[in-house]
Design a protein around this ligand. Structure first.
Ligand SMILES: Cc1cc2nc3c(=O)[nH]c(=O)nc-3n(C[C@H](O)[C@H](O)[C@H](O)COP(=O)(O)O)c2cc1C
Length: 444
């Protein structure tokens, strides 16, 4: 196989994916507000030739601010602006809601980041879906129909704005005094049911023309939006079968809009705690998640459908418990949890395997992570992976030093960036303005 896998890194509030990350003795507890630290973490990811950083945004609530930091960075665009100045190759993907932003504002911010980073920006266009997020804008969440109707219009309009400054319009000729060719910088005059703009945008093309489009979501609406516009889909799947069917749904939708299914790259999530061996990794996870263990025991009961008690944390499940256990049909992680339980780990260790986390979790050596990624990639369950490391301070290094070289040796991951721009590095075709193939597909 010549095709190489793609790898991105989830980049949240500066600490890591585990709620206890900020308290680890080797972590600076003010990382959340420290851009020097975030820049250093980004440089580590770039040292590993990772394709992009992915910044989620806009969850709206402070779940447990007394003990758990927020999950997203102070401001995704400012964080990426800081990172752009101190890196050269890594892609910069930020989330921006189509429901709670005016398209013109999104268009200018992302295009400015794209110009500033010399063509490395991507926009994760999501609709926001909770009243928690909506409350910060003084409203309740609009219906799905309205959110996705607006999203389709917003992306079209933003791409039209991006293309409104002609590719060769910027002359900047000091001798003649001609700054730009006015004939090539034209209004767009688009007014839809939900959004509109006159244009033109005042920002010239970047080295990759314009930012790529990303989408994150799994609903049928997400398939349609992603299928129509996305170059990259950030997914969430617990099994190879599930990932394959999600990937296929996006590919089918892309075809329905006249695109080539290979134009859309599906990324499966993966969480990592990488150390020299499984035992060391489990102990690290226990340290990181100590506070959550009682509530996770309670939840594991419902996944395995047997009573469990925190008194039993240090013991493996009994033969009777194992023979009575039945994976819950309501939670796709249950079969895996039972498999781990049957390997004879203690109740505490079962939980430390991350069986209740929100992506598959590797708790162990670099080889275990590489094997997982290879199996999914070769089964065509994903074009790539987005990695959530447990603690950024040393977890990004662990991934870069322990997993990346194995994937490279196996010929599964590139050894150098292919080019300068994000499009070149991800193998995404050139696009400037709206994709002509999708203009006539007015399903919305
Ligand atoms: C992997 C993944 C990442 C997501 N990241 C974000 C995010 O950063 N911000 C956000 O508001 N929603 C995010 N979402 C939520 C989705 O955009 C979407 O709103 C959600 O899946 C609900 O679907 P619906 O809006 O179609 O009902 C994410 C979803 C997935 C699966």
């Amino acid at each position: 196989m010549n095709k190489k896998m793609l790898i991105g890194l989830s980049f949240g509030a500066g600490y890591g994916s585990q709620p206890g990350a900020w308290r680890m003795p080797w972590v600076n507890p003010t990382s959340f507000a420290d851009f020097d630290i975030m820049v250093k973490q980004a440089q580590t990811a770039e040292r590993g030739k990772l394709h992009f950083l992915f910044l989620p945004d806009g969850f709206g609530t402070l779940v447990d601010i007394e003990s758990v930091p927020p999950m997203t960075s102070l401001d995704v665009m400012m964080t990426l602006a800081a990172v752009a100045r101190e890196t050269k190759h890594i892609g910069l993907l930020a989330t921006g809601s189509t429901t709670f932003n005016e398209p013109y504002n999104l268009a200018r911010q992302f295009k400015a980041l794209d110009v500033m980073s010399h063509g490395r920006a991507g926009w994760n266009a999501i609709t926001s879906s909770t009243n928690d997020a909506a409350a910060n804008y003084g409203v309740t969440i609009p219906s799905s129909e309205e959110r996705y109707g607006r999203a389709h219009e917003a992306i079209l309009l933003i791409q039209a704005l991006w293309g409104s400054w002609g590719r060769n319009a910027w002359i900047h000729d000091q001798a003649s005094g001609k700054f730009a060719n006015k004939d090539q910088i034209l209004p767009i005059n688009l007014q839809g049911k939900f959004v509109g703009a006159r244009g033109p945008l005042y920002i010239p093309p970047s080295e990759q023309g314009q930012p790529i489009i990303v989408h994150a979501g799994g609903s049928p609406n997400a398939h349609q939006l992603g299928g129509r516009f996305a170059d990259v889909v950030i997914g969430s799947a617990f099994t190879i079968e599930d990932a394959r069917s999600q990937r296929q749904a996006f590919r089918d939708a892309a075809e329905g809009y006249g695109r080539n299914p290979d134009d859309i790259k599906f990324f499966a999530g993966l969480m990592t705690t990488i150390t020299k061996d499984r035992r060391t990794a489990l102990d690290r996870r226990i340290l990181l998640t100590e506070k959550e263990i009682p509530q996770r025991v309670a939840y594991l009961q419902s996944m395995l459908r047997i009573p469990l008690s925190i008194e039993e944390l240090g013991r493996p499940l009994s033969e009777l418990q194992l023979s009575n256990a039945r994976p819950s049909p309501y939670d796709p992680r249950s079969a895996h949890a039972l498999k781990i339980a049957k390997e004879g780990w203690s109740l505490r260790d079962i939980i430390a395997h991350g069986v209740i986390d929100y992506h598959p979790v590797i708790v162990g050596s670099g080889i275990e992570a590489a094997d997982h990624m290879q199996a999914w990639f070769e089964a065509e369950a994903a074009d790539g992976f987005w990695i959530s490391t447990d603690v950024y301070a040393d977890g990004i290094d662990a991934f870069v030093d322990e997993v990346v070289p194995i994937l490279q040796e196996r010929g599964l991951f590139h050894k150098e960036y292919e080019g300068r721009t994000l499009r070149e590095n991800l193998g995404i075709q050139d696009q400037y303005g709206i994709d002509p193939r999708i203009v006539s597909t007015q399903k919305y």
